[in-house]
Design a binder for this molecule. Structure first.
Ligand SMILES: [Zn+2]
Length: 284
């Protein structure tokens, strides 16, 4: 056998071997992750523990959210953003416990950023509801950069609440946007979509009412935000305003439209941002 090997081995020319290895290396890289991608992340939203069974239990949300997390761990994004409505009843300790328990199953190497929805801080937050929220979660907004791309999350329920935190957040947003004027692109996360069809749509439960909607959009536009990712709608929707794409992602939990339970996978490239909605248990 040894002799046979010694005889046959030189028959593969060095040139052919180099070509073969080059092709193997190239295809493996393409298959694993596009080499041009700067990073990828996953947006999860509205698991809203307890909604389906009307607060009697969270069994179905536990099942769906666990399946989603299994897929997230397989996809290995650089980070995860959860855009609110974590629970249906913010004071129900079993719903809070279920949310935290399943969230803790996300691979510890993947950072998780959480912003609240109206079910977590109230439709019109007060200092009491915000204090209650901060007893359970560390932050309600964030800003960081990755590969010179700025990622910002806001607590959209504060908009039109009239409490001091609303103006504080507005000033904070202006500041973090200005501080990162050199970012190659900027992405915003919010629980409420600013709009789901177009910026001039009527005020409704599903959007941020005027005139704040326009004020925020003008600030975001002036500071180079190109994508906004939202939840709250329990259905998918894509809309545009003056170069900004407003992407609303359907729920991990209960559906209120045609979409099925799922989440959004986003890949950020140097010159573009690509996103797709992935149904739970059917990703490919
Ligand atoms: Zn909501």
């Amino acid at each position: 056998m040894l002799n046979l090997f010694l005889i046959t081995a030189p028959m593969i020319s060095t040139k052919k071997l180099v070509i073969f290895l080059t092709i193997l290396l190239f295809t493996t890289q393409v298959w694993a992750k596009s080499p041009r991608a700067l990073f990828s992340f996953i947006q999860l939203t509205d698991m809203q523990m307890g909604m389906i069974a009307n607060n009697t239990n969270s069994d179905e949300e536990i099942r769906l959210y666990t399946l989603a997390i299994n897929q997230v761990n397989k996809l290995k994004p650089n980070f995860v953003v959860i855009t609110g409505d974590l629970v249906n009843n913010r004071t129900d300790s079993s719903q809070l416990k279920a949310f935290k328990q399943i969230t803790s199953l996300i691979n510890k190497k993947i950072p998780v950023y959480i912003i609240p929805g109206n079910h977590d801080v109230g439709s019109k937050p007060t200092s009491e509801t915000m204090n209650f929220y901060f007893n359970n979660y560390p932050i309600d907004k964030f800003s960081f950069t990755s590969k010179n791309v700025q990622l910002i999350g806001i607590n959209s329920s504060l908009i039109n609440s009239g409490i001091a935190a609303e103006n504080d957040q507005w000033e904070w947003l202006k500041k973090v946007l200005a501080e990162n004027s050199n970012a190659i692109r900027k992405i915003l996360f919010t629980h409420h979509p600013f709009f789901t069809t177009n910026i001039n749509e009527k005020d409704s439960y599903s959007n941020i009412p005027q005139p704040k909607r326009q004020e925020y959009m003008e600030l975001l536009k002036a500071n180079g935000v190109v994508k906004i990712f939202a939840g709250h709608y329990h259905n998918n929707a894509i809309a545009k305003y003056d170069g900004i794409e407003m992407i609303t992602t359907s729920a991990v939990g209960k559906q209120l439209g045609k979409a099925k339970s799922g989440f959004r996978v986003v890949t950020v490239y140097k010159d573009s941002i690509v996103h797709r909605y992935v149904e739970i248990n059917s990703f490919h």
